[in-house]
Design a protein around this ligand. Structure first.
Ligand code: BF8
Length: 651
């Protein structure tokens, strides 16, 4: 391949990264194999109009772009101002993100319906208790009824959350009553998921909504239909079908692969196929087949949120986060990578071209050039999973250069599998399930507050540094951290998901709490749809009492320091609309609009109690979050912290 890789620039982006990633990036450089960091470099300089949100291509009079320095037209051809253009761009990111999460949710509802109708289904009802909670929420009778019948009725009611034509969504009424009332008053209570996303796309079409605040209002409504709707449905029903996660031990990083085994990577977001692949791979018959081909057995490693889903429930090791998908193939030890939806790089094809790795797409929604397509159908789950695992086994003898296989011997131990329910158990009371001890720890000044640090990793910043430095600064200041998605995988790689991390990095108050209950200072709450678990934790803390009566009263903050996806924008927007101060690294692409910037980072707080902030320095971002936490502690008139705090904001 003709190319000159800009090694110096890449090195500056990865100098903080974990050893396994560094070794594999070095291997890519040595072997002149292009990966995401090279493509990022080649893309420089990136379009400033796009970065500032001032490019509109919503109609064919355009594309239009507004020069922020006033050198050129001040409006698009239709007359749209910078504010309108920037707001429409953000809105469409929210629509994309909400659609992705919620369509995943819809797939899980379909799986539940299928499981309820087909006794021979590979899926069953693993968590009847949670199904009954859902049944009561959706007014489905449970008394003396077969559990499958109940499941079928719940699934049908949940389908209405997507396409209801009258009334409002049911799931969001589980938010604190004051919050629900506010949403209704502001007319942002979501009515139905598909409706809110469609309306947002309608409003951002040429010639419709040109009022940036009104566009943001619908953006919040669509985002709420994701967080308190599509994502929450995905989480709740995954717990029903696959079981409620319970804290468990596992390992992370590329060292989870073994050169003597058939290695399969499951990558994407949905648990439906990967659950069954994991099951099939453990079957003795498959071990025997692998042995016939000269391997010791079959080994599974996950990437991205599919990894989080099967880690949380089965302890299946995690190979890595979003930016490690190509690095896994570079080991030369991957027989097959099977993907479902979201965060899949088409660039995988290039890397796989140098090795024997089979790439397999499974969703009709996500086919990719150069990938084999084996379409997944839930009603033939076992058969398809078996076909995929057998294909991987067949591929084991085809390693191009068995001597050249290189798997970094880097793994880290972790504890994952926390949920809003397990907080009752772990941080809860000795004699009954309650959030009281958690609330009391905050009220008495042992824990300063809580922070959700979530989201992607991104080649446009120093890889992983922003997550790790921010989180270390937070826990040092007695802020309990909950994490999901690639952020949680990153935390795991740096040992932050081990109880010992509390003694290494946490302040004394948080250390005491972690020691008393045996938890890490950073709790892994799952995949990105599982950010809904964070909403539940916040709701339970409010319900427990003593910390105000709405989420916006709580001493908490959120962050996505290395965000990159539209899903992250939807997540940020629903946290803000739920009353949470949310700090992201690089700004939303809208900095060209002074008015929209002012609205999202300031005035919106008067409407919903939460707001956005942008800060790329992880320590400063952590301090901004702590300042906010302290402001809320002060408003609640909480006691001073028991122990001296390293970071003391100026009064
Ligand atoms: O949904 S954190 S890079 S994998 S978008 Fe993608 Fe971002 Fe990772 Fe999970 Ni979430």
């Amino acid at each position: 391949m003709e190319m000159k890789l800009s090694v110096a620039n890449i090195k500056s982006k990865i100098s903080y990264a974990d050893k396994a990633s560094q070794e594999m990036i070095d291997k890519a450089i040595k072997e002149n194999i292009e990966i995401v960091w090279n493509r990022y470099e080649k893309m420089q300089p990136q379009c400033e109009f796009g970065s500032l949100g001032l490019c509109c291509k919503n109609c064919n009079m355009g594309p239009c772009r507004i020069d922020p320095f006033g050198n050129g037209p001040k409006q698009g051809i239709c007359g749209a101002t910078v504010d309108t253009i920037a707001a429409r761009n953000i809105a469409r990111m929210v629509a994309g993100g909400a659609a992705a999460h919620s369509d995943h949710g819809r797939d899980i509802v379909e799986t539940l319906l299928m499981a309820s109708q087909d006794e021979k289904s590979a899926y069953g009802i693993k968590n009847e208790e949670k199904l009954k909670v859902m049944a009561s929420l959706y007014d489905v009778e449970t008394e003396e009824r077969d559990i499958r019948e109940v499941a079928g009725d719940v699934a049908k009611k949940m389908f209405e959350e997507f396409g209801r034509q009258e009334g409002e969504m049911v799931m969001p009424i589980t938010a604190p009553p004051k919050r629900v009332k506010l949403w209704k008053e502001l007319e942002i209570m979501p009515r139905a998921i598909d409706r809110e996303v469609v309306e947002l796309m309608h409003r951002t079409h040429i010639g419709v909504d040109a009022d940036y605040k009104n566009i943001m209002k619908q953006s919040m409504r669509a985002a709420l239909s994701d967080g308190w709707g599509g994502s929450m449905i995905a989480t709740e029903l995954s717990d029903v079908l696959f079981g409620l996660p319970d804290p468990l031990r596992s390992t992370v990083n590329l060292g989870v692969f073994d050169k003597d085994y058939v290695n399969i990577v499951v990558h994407g977001h949905e648990p439906t196929l990967s659950e069954i692949i994991a099951l099939v791979a453990m079957d003795e018959k498959m071990t025997k087949k692998a042995q016939e081909k000269g391997a010791k057995g079959v080994n599974i490693g996950g990437i991205c949120c599919t990894a989080n889903e099967i880690l949380m429930r089965h302890g299946i090791p995690v190979a890595g986060n979003f930016l490690q998908q190509e690095l896994a193939i570079l080991t030369g030890a991957i027989e097959l990578m099977v993907v479902d939806v979201q965060c899949l790089m088409p660039g995988l094809k290039n890397v796989a071209g140098y090795y024997h790795t089979n790439l397999v797409t499974t969703s009709p929604k996500a086919k990719m050039p150069g990938f084999q397509h084996i379409e997944f159908h839930e009603n033939r789950a076992l058969e398809i999973a078996t076909q995929i695992v057998e294909q991987a086994i067949e591929n084991f003898p085809n390693r191009k250069n068995p001597e050249g296989v290189y798997i970094p011997s880097v793994t880290e131990r972790l504890i994952a599998g926390f949920s809003s329910e397990s907080v009752y158990k772990f941080l809860g009371g000795k004699y009954r399930a309650t959030y009281r001890p958690l609330n009391d720890a905050i009220i008495q000044g042992r824990i300063r507050g809580a922070a959700g640090v979530v989201g992607c990793v991104n080649p446009n910043v120093e890889y992983e540094k922003l997550h790790i430095e921010m989180i270390k600064e937070l826990i040092k200041n007695d802020v309990l951290v909950v994490s999901t998605g690639c952020s949680a995988i990153t935390c795991a790689k740096y040992g932050l998901l081990q109880p010992e991390a509390a003694f290494k990095y946490a302040g004394q108050g948080l250390q005491e709490v972690c020691r008393a209950v045996g938890i890490p200072p950073v709790l892994h709450l799952g995949s990105c749809v599982d950010n809904s678990r964070i909403l539940k934790v916040l709701t339970n803390v409010v319900a427990e009492g003593g910390l105000g009566d709405d989420i916006s009263d709580l001493p908490v903050a959120g962050a996505a320091p290395e965000w990159m996806s539209e899903k992250a924008v939807s997540i940020g927007m629903y946290f803000v609309a739920s009353g949470v101060y949310t700090v992201i690294g690089k700004p939303l692409p809208m900095m060209g609009s002074v008015n929209l910037y002012k609205y999202l980072t300031d005035e919106i707080e008067n409407d919903v109690g939460g707001k956005w902030a942008f800060e790329e320095d992880p320590i400063e971002a952590a301090h901004m979050m702590i300042r906010h936490i302290d402001k809320k502690r002060k408003a609640l008139k909480l006691k001073p912290m028991i122990y001296e705090q390293p970071f003391k904001p100026e009064e």
